[in-house]
Design a protein around this ligand. Structure first.
Ligand code: BDP
Length: 720
């Protein structure tokens, strides 16, 4: 081989080595080279060398991340130097003068916020704490990752909510309840000695979006987690998370004093039980000095709780709160309770908890799901929001897609989270949004939080479907700042996740026009489209029994009335929908009068919720002029069409992104299209048995009959 040929060959190998496989593992932290020539010049001229101040594991994490990021983005190592022009550290460690960062600004950013500013040729990333420094470093990297100018920076950020927590529903045997992305990432068997590198990457990802708490184990809790055998494993994880500002929480099994403590009772008013919890909590803090506290599911779906001893939820929560108080720990006590009774399930959480307002200890938050039933594709906000002014409320969202196509449907939930947060409870007049309940501003609470049920598993790409990473991302971004726009978050995530991933270079303009614009639109509409092909017009809880996979509106064999789909849609020859007005279950009376008046009146009830609150005749005239039955057909068929449109766009996008993820999403969209058709056909054929009306003229007819759909069985559906 000639020297020239040899050179070309080596160069070719070099280039190949630069192309990283895109398998989704790197999430939104890919740090691919900046290709925009103008920006690259700007970055290179403004980022000369870095001066980090302070010594801690968190500062080391920030240093490591910045180094990793800049190496990828700028393709070179930026030196660390005491005289560096990128100055990073706490104000105290850096010793900044008032002219650079004012005391006032520092005060305003609190413990976790940061300031990114420019002065002369320097850029400052300044905070009050090392964690703030780490968050600021991630923000700075995001500016570069999204090709934004770093001239004249003037950024001041702080989280609007204190506790931003992921709830994993992972069992100790690594099965993830309602998990669709493989097994649990927590390898309990090999912990504490084997530390999977994933734990750190998980912590990096969380810190990059501001998540600061993790409850790694299922709310359907296991007392074993609180035995020394497991505490040492949990401590090992907590040690990995700590530098990234992430606190460890545990789910507390209420009957643990009996199961692992050999007591005869778990009665929260029994002194021996109180002592047991106090000792247990003291023991946990010996392993994990900054332990965050407990998440509790009690007297719900078979879980033990204080009611088994004739005590109420406040008495149960307060016992745990007392044990934690000395250490600064908190209790997140879930309001997801409903018993088998004649009362509309919608009303149970409110009925149980509203009377307890004012009875909880200061370190208790009541954790309320976004809606009153259960993480449906669309739900009106939970009536408890705004109605327990004396109690800090922590909203709970489901990031995993138990009811939203599990992990085969491309659905962005940022819009769902935002819809709930923007809902107006009217508790203190117009503008009393759920977001203000969450951030404590409505009722003046200092203790604030938000929880998201994680969609993370052992799959290489973490979330099963490449696009479902966007929901983890959106949860974190909105937990930090609920004022952000869901659509902009989607665009940010898309860019971070797919930009410059194609095998051949494409111009920024072409990428923006042909990938970003259509895909952003698709993400923003994806949840509405899914609602249309699954549960349009306020229908809910019509999925498969137990595993919750696929449509099964005919389910009427559940062991409890409220585990039947027929309970929720109430379709009959006269019409369809759940009457929750004063004439029906009267669940609407639980909302503020302004809200209940609007939802109760058929003229003002948004059509998106109409069958949630009303039973309407099949001929009811909708805003479109169509009758209800034809409107249902319109929605179901429209939903399927939107998936087909997504497929069309996607199939044209291969040149803009990497082959692996392109192919994966393409196959998953095929699954989604099939399942959307399945939902549409099964639901319409079933509801047709009551409406006795034909599917609207002009639509393709279902190619299978109702019996075919009813006979489908899924004994091994995941996540069950
Ligand atoms: C339901 C899930 C169930 C959970 C429950 C909960 O089907 O697996 O345990 O929520 O939130 O939606 O406790």
């Amino acid at each position: 081989m000639s020297i020239k040929k040899r050179f070309i060959f080596v160069f070719f190998l070099f280039i190949l080595a630069q192309i990283k496989a895109e398998d989704g593992y790197d999430l939104w932290l890919r740090y691919v080279p900046v290709t925009d020539a103008k920006r690259l010049i700007e970055y290179q001229s403004l980022i000369k060398s870095i001066a980090f101040y302070g010594h801690s594991a968190t500062i080391e994490a920030a240093k490591e991340e910045l180094n990793r990021g800049l190496k990828g983005l700028l393709r070179k190592n930026i030196p660390l130097s005491k005289t560096g022009n990128i100055i990073i550290g706490t104000a105290q460690n850096v010793g900044l003068s008032e002219t650079i960062v004012s005391q006032k600004s520092l005060k305003s950013i609190g413990n976790e916020g940061y300031i990114i500013g420019s002065k002369n040729a320097n850029i400052y990333i300044i905070a009050n704490t090392d964690i703030g420094v780490l968050y600021g470093t991630f923000h700075f990297l995001r500016l570069l990752q999204t090709n934004q100018s770093i001239h004249q920076l003037d950024i001041l950020e702080k989280p609007l909510v204190k506790n931003r927590i992921l709830n994993h529903w992972d069992n100790l045997n690594r099965h993830v309840e309602r998990g669709y992305a493989g097994q649990s990432i927590w390898d309990w068997h090999r912990l504490p000695d084997y530390i999977d590198p994933r734990y750190k990457d998980y912590a990096r990802a969380n810190a990059s979006i501001g998540i600061n708490g993790v409850s790694p184990i299922n709310v359907n809790a296991n007392a074993q987690t609180m035995t020394p055998q497991y505490l040492i494993k949990i401590k090992a994880l907590a040690d990995v998370f700590r530098p990234y500002g992430i606190k460890m929480y545990l789910t507390a099994r209420f009957s643990a004093p009996i199961e692992i403590g050999k007591l005869k009772t778990a009665d929260p008013l029994d002194p021996s039980v109180q002592k047991w919890w106090k000792d247990k909590v003291d023991e946990i803090y010996q392993y994990i000095p900054d332990f965050g506290g407990f998440v509790v599911k009690a007297n719900s779906e078979g879980q033990p709780g204080p009611q088994s001893y004739g005590r109420n939820h406040a008495e149960g929560a307060n016992m745990l709160a007392d044990a934690l108080a000395a250490h600064g720990g908190i209790v997140m006590w879930r309001a997801f309770v409903y018993e088998a009774s004649k009362e509309d399930r919608h009303k149970h959480g409110y009925n149980e908890f509203k009377p307890l307002d004012g009875q909880f200890r200061k370190n208790v938050m009541v954790q309320v799901k976004n809606g009153a039933i259960d993480f449906q594709p669309r739900e009106p906000f939970h009536p408890l929001f705004g109605q327990m002014p004396q109690t800090p409320i922590i909203p709970e969202f489901q990031i995993t897609h138990e009811y939203l196509g599990q992990a085969t449907h491309l659905v962005y939930s940022g819009t769902l989270f935002k819809e709930c947060l923007a809902s107006d409870t009217y508790a203190k007049g117009k503008g009393s949004t759920v977001a203000k309940v969450m951030d404590g501003s409505l009722d003046g609470h200092e203790l604030t939080g938000v929880a998201g049920v994680a969609n993370i598993g052992s799959d290489r790409n973490w979330c099963g479907h490449p696009f479902l990473q966007s929901n983890w991302y959106a949860f974190g971004r909105l937990a930090w700042n609920h004022q952000l726009d869901a659509d902009k978050i989607a665009a940010e995530w898309l860019f971070l996740t797919f930009h410059h991933s194609g095998e051949k270079p494409v111009s920024s303009q072409a990428f923006a026009d042909n990938f970003m614009i259509p895909m952003r639109q698709i993400l923003s509409n994806s949840r509405e489209n899914m609602v249309n092909y699954m549960t349009p017009l306020g229908l809910h809880h019509i999925m498969g029994y137990g595993h919750h996979y696929g449509p099964a509106p005919w389910v009427d064999f559940g062991s409890r009335p409220d585990w039947n789909c027929t309970y929720y849609h109430k379709a009959d020859s006269t019409g369809i929908g759940f009457d929750r007005t004063a004439k029906g279950s009267d669940a609407l009376s639980q909302y503020h009068p302004s809200v209940s008046a609007a939802f109760s009146d058929i003229k003002t009830c948004p059509e998106a919720y109409v069958l949630w609150f009303h039973h309407l005749p099949w001929d009811h005239k909708m805003q479109s002029g169509r009758n209800l039955w034809d409107e249902l057909c319109f929605k179901y068929y429209g939903g399927v069409e939107s998936v087909r449109n997504t497929q069309k766009y996607w199939n044209n996008s291969s040149q803009y992104i990497d082959k692996q993820r392109f192919e994966e999403v393409k196959m998953l969209l095929t699954v989604q299209e099939k399942e959307a058709v399945w939902w549409r056909n099964a639901c319409l054929l079933y509801f047709q048995t009551f409406s006795k009306k034909p599917i609207t003229e002009g639509y393709e007819k279902p190619d299978k009959d109702l019996d075919y759909y009813k006979n489908l069985k899924f004994p091994y559906a995941p996540g069950n």
